[in-house]
Design a protein around this ligand. Structure first.
Ligand code: ATP
Ligand code: ATP
Ligand code: CA
Length: 219
């Protein structure tokens, strides 16, 4: 079933988010204070309205608390982003995601009650850096400050043609292998007798430290 969203501010980030959500079949109310911008997205968004997100009365008229997610995608005008976020939380919006321009802006947004803060350029830069530094770490999910899941491609011959038990992965590396993507199969909860081959992709869970250490060893 479709979820309901509002995207406030249709800059590069807001408009890309709007398009992705619409392509995904979600219901999206687009809001911007620039008339030409709203004109441009009128046929794409489910609804599109011109409104100043710093203006409490305008926001009230839009019945935003009835929506499941509201994204404040105004970044450059930090004052507008901060005021809009406070107003939305005060109005009772359940899930407000705010885009920050920099670290200080992100801290302010968190303090005033944003449920989630994103820094697209920063996050994408980290991803690109990780991909370049650790090309065999195909995917990395942070579960908490301490734990993560990594999808790691085996390209080191020392790890090849040995079973999970031979390598004693749980005790030696502090990791649990939860799945393996092999040449033509996908194995969930592999047996200790599974023999690892070059190019296998292991999904492992453990401390962030152990996942990263293992990635360097098998690369
Ligand atoms: P990006 O980097 O994603 O392009 P940005 O925040 O750097 O975002 P801006 O052009 O500053 O880019 O802002 C994004 C959009 O937010 C613009 O379309 C702008 O018209 C809109 N916007 C700015 N202030 C307000 C406001 N007070 N109310 C509603 N929309 C606003
Ligand atoms: P344990 O007592 O450590 O659970 P076990 O005596 O039950 O192991 P096996 O299940 O045969 O013996 O596994 C032998 C070793 O293989 C384990 O000690 C562990 O290091 C490793 N191992 C087995 N399954 C996994 C897994 N899914 N992820 C990581 N390591 C595993
Ligand atoms: Ca920007």
């Amino acid at each position: 079933m479709a979820q309901t969203f509002a995207v406030i501010g249709l800059g590069r980030f807001g408009s890309s988010l709007l398009e992705s959500l619409i392509n995904d079949g979600q219901e999206v109310l687009a809001i911007d204070n620039n008339q030409e911008t709203i004109q441009e997205y009128m046929d794409i968004a489910t609804h599109a309205v011109i409104a100043d997100a710093q203006d409490e009365d305008s926001l009230k008229e839009l019945d935003l608390p009835s929506l499941e997610h509201v994204i404040v995608a105004i970044g450059h005008n930090q004052q507008a982003s901060i005021l809009a976020t406070i107003l939305l939380k005060d109005l009772g919006c359940k899930h407000v995601i705010a885009k920050a321009e920099n670290n200080l802006h992100a801290r302010v947004l968190s303090k005033i009650g944003a449920d989630e803060v994103v820094r697209p350029e920063h996050e994408m830069a980290q991803q690109v850096a990780n991909r370049l530094v650790s090309p065999n770490l195909l995917n990395y999910i942070t579960l908490s400050d301490e734990y993560s899941i990594g999808e790691i491609k085996i390209s080191n011959f020392e790890f090849v043609n040995k079973t999970i038990a031979d390598l004693d992965i749980r005790s030696e590396y502090g990791l649990n292998v939860i799945a393996i993507k092999a040449h033509e199969s996908f194995i969930v909860a592999p047996e200790a007798s599974y023999e690892i081959h070059i190019g296998d992709v292991l999904t492992v869970i453990g401390t962030c430290d152990n996942v990263q250490k293992f990635d360097r060893l098998v690369t």
